[in-house]
Ligand binder design. Structure first.
Ligand code: GDP
Length: 204
């Protein structure tokens, strides 16, 4: 597998690369462990920036395996898109509005977007601002799947119930994939299952 590289940050729709390979996107509250998970998935530390500081640039960050020209005859098997984190307590309204516009435009307008993985901290579960994002995904009719993060921080015995509760929360949501994945970037748990799910979503 070629190493993954960052190709561009997209602050508005007009900066999107031409539609090509299937796209898989990742969304989650700030600090949910999104950068850590993307880095763990592709086996490259520092690809997506890991940081605790909220309010980083509001861009869709595009990653592809290295070495593709982007030409029609040489497309990567898929692109991974790191969506800007949401849910900063102190975020001003105009920033939240800009986030919603960028994300919703992308969700609605991108035919090659195959699935969004919505990351939920296993310690906190689905919060009100996660619900808002799930509603946005349902409205845009984009397939999404919930991924629990940092499961090494909770008791293993509690995991089945957490998964069942999370499934119950999304049961009536039209665009939700009816399975919840449990991961730990720190310990590597669930990463193979997530890789398999991504490959299936990208090729489906
Ligand atoms: P992001 O803001 O969603 O990109 O979150 P980061 O990937 O920067 O992670 C936020 C914090 O959670 C960092 O201190 C990480 O070290 C920590 N973290 C991320 N994933 C895990 C995990 O699987 N287990 C544990 N214990 N900590 C994690």
């Amino acid at each position: 597998m070629r190493p993954w590289v960052f190709i561009r940050g997209v602050p508005a729709m007009k900066f999107l690369p031409p539609e090509g390979p299937p796209e898989i996107a990742f969304a989650g509250r700030s600090n949910v462990g999104k950068s850590s998970l993307i880095n763990a998935l592709v086996g490259k530390k520092g690809l997506a920036r890991t940081s605790n500081t909220p309010g980083r640039t509001q861009e869709l960050n595009y990653f592809v395996p290295d070495g593709y020209s982007g030409g029609e005859d040489d497309l990567p098997p898929m692109a991974l898109i790191d969506m800007p984190g949401y849910g900063y307590a102190s975020a001003p309204k105009d920033k939240v509005d800009a986030w919603t516009k960028l994300v919703f435009d992308y969700l609605k307008g991108r035919v090659t977007l195959k699935r969004v993985y919505v990351l939920i901290d296993a310690r906190h579960g689905i919060k009100a601002n996660d619900e808002e994002v799930l509603s946005l995904l349902d409205k845009a009719a984009v397939s999404y799947q919930i991924v629990l993060t940092k499961t090494d921080k909770i008791k293993e015995a509690g995991l089945p119930r957490l998964i069942a509760n999370t499934l119950e929360r999304i049961r009536k949501r039209p665009a939700a994939y009816p399975a919840v994945l449990a991961t730990s970037s720190e310990k590597g748990g669930g990463l193979d299952e997530l890789r398999a799910a991504i490959a299936q979503a990208a090729n489906g």
